[in-house]
Ligand binder design. Structure first.
Ligand SMILES: [Zn+2]
Ligand SMILES: [Zn+2]
Ligand SMILES: [Zn+2]
Ligand SMILES: [Zn+2]
Ligand SMILES: [Zn+2]
Ligand SMILES: [Zn+2]
Length: 948
């Protein structure tokens, strides 16, 4: 939630945001959760339930009871940190949902495996950068649960924030909707898997408490500035992507935009969709309650009203108070409209005529008295060619765009202008009809009907909306009132197929033929429907055992008995007008959960937690590709380039010993901790005794997840590669193991091809790779050339692998303990054996390396067996300084630099001397042959020696 974007003065005043504010403030959907929770507590209301349920409860209480005061925000602060157990004990509330559940009903099961799962108590232990966040956001048990849904690598630079700061991602494997379908045992097991308390002394309804804790995690992630939540995509179709918590439908971008029966989404929908949806909800509400339009007035409240004030204002106006109805805003759940039904049309008329007087009386609520509008559904019957008629609707809103529109005749000329510009039709080739106000019976401009020559013109107008930034168009031939506009024009309104060109309802043939409602007979599906009817009849004739009632009304499939629309899955989902169907409307993810009934609850909850591991891979991949669908749209924003670049850089896992060398403070800095191998502690989750999920990061810095399915492969002893251990700082993936095993250096090392052993090296702070780098760097600088392939570090983990299952290691009983005592051992082979000699003799060399005692210093250096053999067989008497030896000597490293220079100089002198003597003698011989043939010439003796 973006604190900086909230206009505090409006917010504190209880103003309800209008559509543009919703969109502009992007994240502000309703009050922050902590405030709602605190308010409910202060008003002694039941605190169990979703944010929407609690808000509605508060709104209702405040509306009905004038004496209840809404608590000040300041006084709610301390409730934030109050444990839910204390609140529940004080309030004695219940959801009535789990009242009869006892401990006996909760067989959660056990896994009985000793496991090493990480045990952080707080999010800021996972991501130390978070240590600065406001820790007072929620009670401690929730933080504890949250820590398990985070990984140190799941952070990113959020450039939308005021101060560019790291934002941590919390991967929550459920949504409030998913919690609804879990059974009590699964809820409690999930709490237990998240290390939260599940034993509550003296609290009867502990299932409610457990469920509320899970909800509290979900909502507090939304509340805390530095956290961003992601969930599995809750699409009704198969989708394994991750969804942003900001999405109103908990879906990924594609799925969110594909749905027709959904909420408008702040991050995935354009702003006009909000206006459409608002009008649709309001009209549906009015249609459902079937108000008598000439007797009913609608009062719009910008601020939450109190019943007492409304009653006072209209007490002498013959209002039928029993018929009063409240409309709650679809998203914020606050009371937005109050419907007053008068005893007669005359009373309603009088109040409407003098509405400004009443509006003034209710001034503090910033209200507007409105007449209802005519029903758009009934218009279909009125026109002979309904598909050539389009309605232009002025949305009910306090947006400046709407209030600034002209009124009366000016508005009509505006519509004329609009139609002529879009269609290029001259005046007279189309007609404009004004609506009638049901109260005053005068002309009303809420709805304007435009009658065009044909459907093509209607399409043209429809696709050009919104007009003037806010006016919305509705085709009266559409079955659903004001459906969401498709982001592509030729797509079916109910599914993703192409729409049929001649369909009156703008559907595909398949969807059109399956509709239950709709007053028009559509030419596109006419044949398809009769075909189905014929086939059905044929089927009944063939098989007399078929019961007609068991077959779906609209197709040949069997109908689902529990479907609230009485249809099959396919038909239920594509209905334009339908009632909510708990069976068919749930997400694919929930469907999978329902089908995994055979898992015991604890196994089930562990499996749910593995979502965090998988989300890590998805998130980091998305960031490398500059894809922010899991967050919010960054396309075309000023932060786009910065976000992509910074977070791409962030994905490089740093693997340098220098980050952690010595200093503890460095280690805890974000550069030192978050994106290094050190920070990525391996996680292993036992789902059940046969399945272990291990999660780590490979040597390229990429996260991976491994599933080990049988007890044998889970067992470390017989495993082909070593898995995470308690003292482990680097792990091998299977791929790495293979590479390691087949590398030539390992084979030669095993045949004792190395020269020296460095004993007593660090085994805690440095990863094996760090250590190798450190050794290589030091030796190359001071001694001589060495590659990282020529250094092998042995520690407790390596001796466990079957690389070392040789008799010599197996028979050594205390090897493991000895390795712990002495620290790591590095086997080193130099390119030149003389370099090894130099290290051994410590000739001008002092090697300082990180040691097991946490200090830097010289390790114990030991010659290998091969080296000892070389030394003992070395015989100075037989030493021949041949070509080989010469080569070795001249290639020796830094330690031999001065010696080598002397040798080289001497060598040069000798060479020159030999050359000169040879030439001199040659000359003599030649001279003898051709005596006095030439004078002078030849090299000047002694010249070269002088030069040197
Ligand atoms: Zn969305
Ligand atoms: Zn999806
Ligand atoms: Zn379709
Ligand atoms: Zn059709
Ligand atoms: Zn069907
Ligand atoms: Zn259904």
């Amino acid at each position: 939630m973006h604190q900086s974007m909230v206009r505090k003065e409006l917010y504190e005043d209880d103003y309800l945001f209008n559509e543009q504010e919703f969109k502009e403030f992007s994240i502000v959907r309703s009050d922050p959760y902590w405030k709602i929770r605190g308010t409910a507590y202060a008003l002694s209301l039941n605190i169990f339930g979703t944010k929407e349920q609690i808000t509605k409860r508060i709104q209702n209480l405040l509306f009905q009871n004038y004496l209840h005061k809404k608590p000040e925000s300041k006084s709610l602060q301390e409730v934030r940190e109050t444990d839910i157990e204390i609140i529940v004990r004080n309030l004695k509330c219940s959801s009535n949902q789990y009242d009869n559940i006892t401990n006996k009903d909760l067989v959660i099961g056990d896994i009985n495996i000793e496991e090493k799962i990480f045990q952080h108590q707080y999010p800021w232990q996972v991501v130390p950068e978070l240590a600065r966040i406001n820790k007072k956001a929620i009670y401690p048990d929730v933080f504890k649960g949250m820590a398990l849904m985070m990984r140190s690598c799941m952070v990113f630079y959020d450039h939308f924030k005021d101060d560019e700061a790291l934002t941590a991602i919390v991967a929550i494997p459920y949504t409030p909707q998913v919690l609804e379908i879990l059974n009590p045992a699964q809820i409690v097991a999930l709490c237990r898997a998240l290390n939260m308390r599940t034993q509550y002394e003296g609290i009867k309804n502990f299932v409610d408490v457990a469920k509320q804790k899970l909800l509290d995690i979900y909502y507090s992630v939304d509340d805390i500035n530095r956290l961003h939540g992601i969930t599995p995509c809750q699409s009704i179709r198969e989708c394994s992507k991750i969804a942003s918590m900001y999405c109103a439908n908990s879906c990924c971008k594609l799925c969110c935009q594909e749905l027709q029966n959904k909420n408008p989404c702040i991050i995935h929908d354009t702003f006009d969709q909000f206006l459409r949806y608002k009008m649709k909800q309001l009209y549906n509400f009015e249609e459902r309650l079937d108000f008598e339009k000439n007797k009913t007035l609608r009062i719009y409240f910008r601020k939450s009203p109190r019943k007492h004030d409304v009653e006072q204002t209209f007490q002498h106006e013959n209002v039928n108070w029993g018929e009063m109805k409240l409309y709650y805003h679809y998203c914020a759940q606050k009371i937005q409209y109050v419907y007053l039904v008068f005893n007669s049309a005359e009373h309603a008329q009088r109040v409407y005529a003098e509405r400004h007087v009443y509006e003034l009386k209710l001034e503090k609520y910033d209200c507007q008295i409105q007449a209802l509008s005519s029903s758009l559904w009934k218009k279909v019957e009125k026109y002979s060619d309904p598909d050539a008629v389009i309605a232009i609707i002025k949305p009910l809103s306090t947006l400046d765009l709407v209030t600034d529109l002209p009124t009366g005749q000016e508005y009509i000329s505006l519509i004329h202008q609009l139609i002529q510009t879009i269609t290029q039709l001259p005046l007279g080739d189309y007609q404009i009809e004004e609506d009638i106000n049901p109260i005053s019976e005068t002309k009303d401009h809420q709805h304007i009907f435009v009658i065009l020559p044909n459907k093509e013109y209607v399409d043209r107008v429809y696709n050009a909306q919104p007009f003037m930034g806010c006016l919305i168009a509705h085709k009266i031939s559409h079955i659903q009132l004001l459906p969401f506009k498709r982001y592509q024009h030729n797509i079916c309104l109910m599914c993703t197929s192409k729409r049929e060109h001649n369909c009156l309802h703008d559907l595909c043939k398949n969807c059109c033929s399956r509709q239950q409602y709709g007053m028009l007979r559509c030419p596109c599906s006419y044949s398809a429907i009769s075909e189905i009817e014929a086939k059905k009849e044929e089927l009944y004739q063939k098989d007399k055992t078929i019961i007609k009632e068991n077959i779906c009304d609209k197709c040949l499939s069997a109908k689902d008995a529990e479907c609230s629309n009485g249809l099959c899955l396919q038909c239920c989902r594509v209905q334009a007008v339908k009632t909510n169907c708990p069976l068919h409307d749930i997400s694919n993810y929930s469907r999978k959960i329902l089908s995994s009934k055979k898992d015991n609850p604890l196994q089930f909850s562990r499996k749910m937690l593995t979502f965090v591991s998988e989300a890590q891979i998805q998130v980091r991949n998305a960031m490398v590709n500059g894809d922010y669908d899991w967050f919010r749209p960054i396309y075309n924003t000023h932060v786009m380039q910065g976000m992509i670049k910074a977070n791409r850089d962030l994905q490089e896992v740093k693997d340098s010993g220098s980050i952690i060398r010595g200093l503890n403070t460095n280690k805890n800095k974000k550069d030192g901790k978050i994106f290094t191998y050190q920070a990525n502690e391996p996680v292993e989750i036992w789902v059940n005794p046969d399945l272990k999920v291990a999660e780590d990061i490979n040597k390229k810095g990429l996260p991976y997840v491994e599933y080990a399915y049988t007890p044998e492969s889970c067992n470390t002893k017989s495993s082909t590669y070593i898995k995470n251990g308690i003292n482990k700082y680097r792990t091998y993936s299977a791929e790495e193991y293979q590479q390691h095993m087949t590398s030539p250096s390992l084979a030669s090392f095993m045949s004792f091809g190395y020269h020296l052993l460095f004993i007593g090296l660090d085994r805690k702070n440095f990863s094996v790779k760090d250590l190798i780098q450190e050794i290589q760097q030091k030796l190359s600088m001071q001694v001589g050339k060495i590659t990282d392939q020529s250094i092998l570090v042995i520690d407790n983990e390596t001796i466990l692998t079957d690389v070392f299952t040789q008799s010599i290691f197996i028979t050594s009983k205390n090897l493991d303990q000895n390795m712990i005592d002495i620290g790591r051992v590095a086997c080193i082979r130099f390119e030149n054996i003389y370099d090894a000699l130099a290290v051994l003799c410590k000739e001008n060399i002092k090697i300082s390396l990180p040691l097991a005692n946490n200090q830097n210093g010289e390790p114990i250096i030991y010659p290998s067996a091969g080296m000892i053999k070389f030394l003992s067989e070395f015989n100075f008497n037989n030493f021949v300084y041949d070509q080989n030896q010469q080569q070795l000597v001249s290639n020796a490293g830094v330690a031999f630099k001065t010696k080598n220079k002397e040798i080289q100089d001497l060598n040069n002198q000798i060479q020159n001397l030999i050359k000169y003597t040879q030439q001199a003698s040659n000359k003599q011989q030649k001279g003898n042959k051709r005596f006095n043939n030439k004078k002078g010439g030849g090299p000047q003796p002694g010249k070269k020696f002088k030069k040197n």
